[in-house]
Design a protein around this ligand. Structure first.
Ligand SMILES: [Zn+2]
Length: 144
């Protein structure tokens, strides 16, 4: 069960997920633990991250934060959502309309959580550490 208690941290999760998809073509995090001070996301992956890749992830996410993109919600039918090429559609969601969170033109993802109003509210993003074990890459991060 995801913890949506910190909207800024949770929004950072969206940004990191899209950065992982863009840089590595992997899926979004299959598991995450979001807390105010430090959060972590787990990805299906094949190896550890290099220092250069970690820096590239930070650079990409911080670029989106600096761009102060608006975060807004939209409601789509399942057919429309499928056409958006979203990473995953939640199974068995109630009703026909899916709530999709749009972060500028950077990311779109179905989500029921609470988010920052714009990416600039996140301040800054830093990867504290990452580790790899049994096909799972864990990324731990903080906000400024
Ligand atoms: Zn969300």
């Amino acid at each position: 069960m995801k913890d949506y208690s910190d909207p800024r941290m949770h929004t950072a999760e969206h940004l990191l997920n899209r950065a992982m998809v863009r840089l590595f073509g992997c899926g979004r995090a299959f598991s995450s633990h979001i807390e105010k001070k430090k959060s972590k996301c787990d990805y299906r992956f094949s190896r550890p991250l290099t220092a250069e890749e970690t820096a590239e992830l930070e650079r990409l996410v911080n670029g989106v934060i600096a761009a102060n993109l608006p975060v807004r919600e939209a409601f789509y039918s399942r057919e429309e959502a499928a056409a958006l090429d979203l990473a995953r559609l939640p199974e068995g969601a109630a009703g026909d309309r899916l709530r999709v969170i749009l972060i500028g033109d950077y990311d779109a993802c179905p989500c029921i959580g609470q988010h920052a109003g714009a990416t600039g509210e996140l301040g800054g993003f830093r990867i504290v550490s990452s580790s790899f074990e049994d096909g799972v890459l864990r990324v731990r991060f903080k906000l400024a």
